[in-house]
Design a protein around this ligand. Structure first.
Ligand code: APR
Ligand code: MG
Length: 290
């Protein structure tokens, strides 16, 4: 696409776009997030997303998951509220209606598993939700069953694949994604009219017009299960607090990586860093930036 451009997103851009928390702001000013994911066997990822959405600045966070997972998530996140979803006998979300009115944005997909009834649920909710929606992890596999949902949505859709998930979505091989991340992302974002966050050592945010911003923060300590789940929560919090979705996504990717960078030069190392440490590190990130 001749008219789209590539940019670098770093500390200066992040500082320039990070919103202030005004003296008279209230929880409604910072957005009401709905997070949907988890299953009996995978309660951890949605726990991380919930914590990250809270630490990322959301005004209110509601997590919709299977009843079996709620006690363990709630034990880690006292500040969230919970929506108990219908589950099958193995603790996986099944097809049902969820009312998204009253929420400002939805993130879905983390730790859901790939059961068909769960995939049917994700596809229905993503196609009906009239708010910005972020889809990650298993949710990307669910969407792949019907890619028309991507183009039919009238509200912003954000996909956050790692290279393996991007290969699955596009039918390329992972080595192609690694070799041509810009071209493949741009083509995909334009074709489906979505915001694409292609994760990796240099995460690329592409808007629906094909413009691209490369993130400059982060380190190999993030190459560990759970970092992506934390990113989803951070991104959703920013999507609710920023006017511009691309800026929200680039800012979110930057602060996620910046937290990891600060943690490995202070309390932690790339060896031991966990997603929980990245979430804890947001305190220093926000203090440094503001
Ligand atoms: N440098 C900088 N950032 C990195 C690096 C690196 N070397 N490696 C990973 N990251 C960042 C990515 O940019 C992304 O933000 O860490 C995050 C990893 O996200 P995911 O790949 O989604 O990881 P996550 O979902 O937490 O865990 C991997 O995904 O496909 C499944 O089965 C797989 O359980 C595994 C899980
Ligand atoms: Mg992931």
């Amino acid at each position: 696409c001749a008219n789209s451009s590539r940019y670098v997103w770093g500390m200066e851009e992040t500082r320039a776009h990070l919103g202030e928390r005004g003296r008279f702001s209230h929880k409604g000013s910072h957005g009401k997030a709905l997070l949907i994911g988890g299953s009996q066997e995978m309660p951890g990822s949605i726990t991380l997303t919930t914590k990250a959405a809270l630490r990322g600045g959301s005004g209110l966070v509601t997590t919709g998951t299977v009843p079996q997972a709620i006690p363990s998530i709630a034990a880690h996140c006292a500040e969230a509220t919970y929506l108990s979803l219908n589950a099958d006998d193995r603790g996986r979300i099944v097809l049902q209606d969820v009312d998204v009115s009253g929420y400002d944005a939805l993130a879905i997909g983390m730790g859901m598993g790939r059961e068909q009834a769960t995939a049917d649920f994700t596809r229905k909710l993503v196609s009906e939700a009239n708010i910005p929606v972020l889809v990650d992890a298993d949710g990307l596999h669910h969407l792949k069953q019907d890619m028309r949902i991507l183009t039919q949505r009238r509200h912003p859709l954000i996909l956050t694949p790692h290279p393996g998930e991007m290969a699955m979505l596009t039918d390329f091989e992972v080595k192609d994604i690694i070799r041509r991340p810009f071209a493949i992302s741009r083509h995909f974002a334009i074709e489906y009219g979505v915001y694409l966050v292609l994760k990796g050592s240099f995460t690329i945010v592409t808007d629906p017009e094909g413009n691209q911003w490369v993130n400059t923060s982060g380190n190999a300590g993030l190459a560990k299960g759970g970092s992506g789940d934390a990113l989803s929560g951070i991104l959703l919090a920013q999507v609710m607090q920023q006017q511009n979705i691309q800026e929200a996504l680039s800012l979110g990717c930057y602060i996620h990586g910046m937290s990891a960078d600060q943690q490995v030069t202070s309390n932690h190392s790339m060896h031991d860093l966990t997603a929980s440490d990245v979430i804890d590190g947001l305190a220093t990130v926000f203090r440094t930036l503001s």
